[in-house]
Design a protein around this ligand. Structure first.
Ligand code: SAH
Length: 260
């Protein structure tokens, strides 16, 4: 057999933010290679499939990309429907092109099924429009994170120029991001919102400004976080009590540390 490989977006986390196309493919899949962040209820849709976790999460052991590529090719020679399930949209920060290149080189047919990316789930969480007449008419997706042999990308310039910047995998480098953007002339009062676990029941947000962004370095984030920056974020509603508590705890942690 030569099967077909579907690079499928699982969405931002909530299982009901999956596309119908993705759900149907999962139901018909023979084998599913999935990321660590994919919700168990989403995986449960693939009830007849063998499930293989190949996820990469910051700081944890990751399956080498070349090995994932090879497993996809091998699987397509054994199975009819192979699903490669990735968080959010497969074509954003998911190393999809490496998998696509490997499949093409091996002559394996493939299709990409888009998904709801984290930045869009975060905007939904906040109840703000990413574009807004007179305020915002472009959005840049960027990450400060670089892999081996990656081409230089002036992501700072892109974010500095954007009406809205969405920064993935950036929370650990919040201080460096703030410095870089301030050095580009962005003003310290620029609204920034960090959204953790967008679309999931444990979603949290930190509403801050570019000048105060460094404080995020002291937060303990358990889930994935996306940063949204831009004037349009000024419309994000006031933080919930839970978020205020989180900030209070940070302030207390600072005081404690200072006292020790
Ligand atoms: N392809 C994915 C992104 C993969 S990179 C997508 O389109 O969303 C992983 C990064 O995505 C995380 O470090 C975080 O920045 C972001 N992310 C993924 N899921 C998220 C969620 N539910 N809430 C907030 N950020 C999320």
């Amino acid at each position: 057999v030569t099967g077909r490989v579907f690079l499928v977006g699982a969405g931002p986390g909530a299982p009901d933010l999956l596309t119908l196309r993705a759900a149907r493919l999962l139901a018909g899949a023979d084998i599913v290679f999935h990321d660590a962040l994919v919700h168990p209820d989403t995986l449960a849709l693939a009830d007849r499939a063998e499930k293989v976790a190949v996820g990469k999460r910051c700081g944890r052991h990751s399956t080498a990309q070349a090995f994932i590529n090879k497993r996809l090719v091998d699987a397509a020679r054994k199975h009819t429907v192979v699903v490669r399930l990735k968080g959010g949209d497969p074509t954003l920060f998911g190393r999809a092109q490496e998998e696509i290149d490997a499949l093409r080189a091996a002559g394996i047919p493939f299709e990409v099924v888009p998904g709801v990316t984290a930045a869009l789930a975060a905007a939904a969480e906040l109840g703000v429009s990413l574009t807004r007449r007179g305020v915002s008419r472009n959005v840049a997706f960027a990450t400060p994170r670089v892999g081996d042999g990656e081409a230089a990308s002036d992501w700072v310039a892109a974010i500095a120029a954007a009406d809205i910047g969405a920064i993935y995998m950036g929370v650990g480098e919040a201080a460096a991001i703030a410095d870089a953007l301030l050095a580009r002339g962005k003003r310290p009062s620029l609204p920034v919102v960090a959204v953790e676990n967008a679309s999931l029941p444990g979603a949290r947000r930190w509403t801050t400004t570019l000048g105060e962004l460094t404080r995020l370095a002291d937060e303990a984030f358990a889930g994935p976080v996306v940063l949204l920056l831009g004037e349009a974020l000024a419309a994000a509603p006031a933080d919930s009590d839970r978020v205020r508590t989180a900030f209070l705890e940070t302030a207390e942690a600072h005081l404690l540390r200072a006292a020790v």
